[in-house]
Design a protein around this ligand. Structure first.
Ligand code: BGC
Length: 246
């Protein structure tokens, strides 16, 4: 069994766990530290270093972050400090951790984990994995291959950035009811369906554990299934990215 550490940097928490990268399971419960505020790269790097120091597993580390990532460099910042834009995250963490580091977008990581071990397993054609949390992340797969950095959370919807009206945060913080949110999300999914005609939409993020409570409001003409790795998917996908370095 190959065990590697996956780290998932989110808008509200930074989480890590050792992952069996051949079976997709966490070897122990994840550790979570609140995301420092302000969430500058240096402050978050300190948290990542302390989380990794607490894990036994050696070898490369995978780190998922909520930004566009090109060649290890963060290229956007929506729910994290603007100082991330232009930061070479891979170089900074490789030097601080003194081991190889893979850096990728958090939704891409979650999507990779769902495609390998979860709800998208063995699914061909166009599959869209969405993560509803503090923001909305997306990962698109064509015959199992990732098209990275798609950022569907920032498509225009209801005259604004889609994630402003569709993030799960709105329900978790009681700003909108589950019903109102789900009906909105349904319209948003319908817009995505019209443009991409996916064969499957995987509904991810922590809120997917309530899928049975809100799926009755999802009428989009496409198969929609809840993510099976829930909010562990980012950690598992980060560890998979690290495995690809080996
Ligand atoms: C970011 C994405 C990220 C998503 C989920 C969005 O605001 O732009 O890169 O995947 O939030 O964290």
């Amino acid at each position: 069994m190959r065990v590697l550490v996956g780290v998932d940097v989110g808008g509200s928490g930074v989480k890590s766990a050792p992952v069996d990268v051949d079976g997709g399971a966490l070897l122990r419960k994840r550790t979570r530290i609140p995301t420092p505020q302000p969430s500058t790269p240096d402050a978050v790097f300190d948290v990542v270093v302390s989380l990794v120091a607490n894990e036994d597993a050696a070898g490369p580390v995978g780190v998922a972050i909520p930004t566009v990532v090109v060649d290890g460099v963060a290229r956007s910042a929506a729910n994290i400090d603007d100082a991330w834009i232009g930061t070479d995250v891979r170089a900074a963490l490789t030097s601080r951790l003194d081991r190889p580091v893979a850096v990728l977008n958090d939704a891409d990581a979650a999507g990779m984990a769902e495609m390998r071990f979860g709800a998208g397993r063995d699914r061909r054609g166009v599959v869209i994995v969405l993560t509803f949390g503090t923001g909305v992340g997306s990962a698109v797969f064509v015959d199992g291959r990732l098209v990275p950095n798609t950022e569907f959370g920032h498509l225009e919807f209801m005259g604004d950035d889609a994630e402003h009206s569709t993030a799960a945060r709105l329900v978790e913080e009681d700003e909108v009811s589950l019903r109102k949110w789900a009906k909105r999300v349904d319209k948003y999914l319908d817009g995505l369906y019209r443009v991409f005609t996916p064969q499957l939409i995987v509904f991810g993020g922590g809120i997917s554990k309530r899928f049975d409570d809100f799926s009755k409001w999802l009428k989009v003409d496409c198969e929609v299934v809840p993510a099976s790795l829930r909010n562990q998917a980012g950690i598992v996908g980060a560890a998979l990215a690290a495995a690809a370095l080996e």
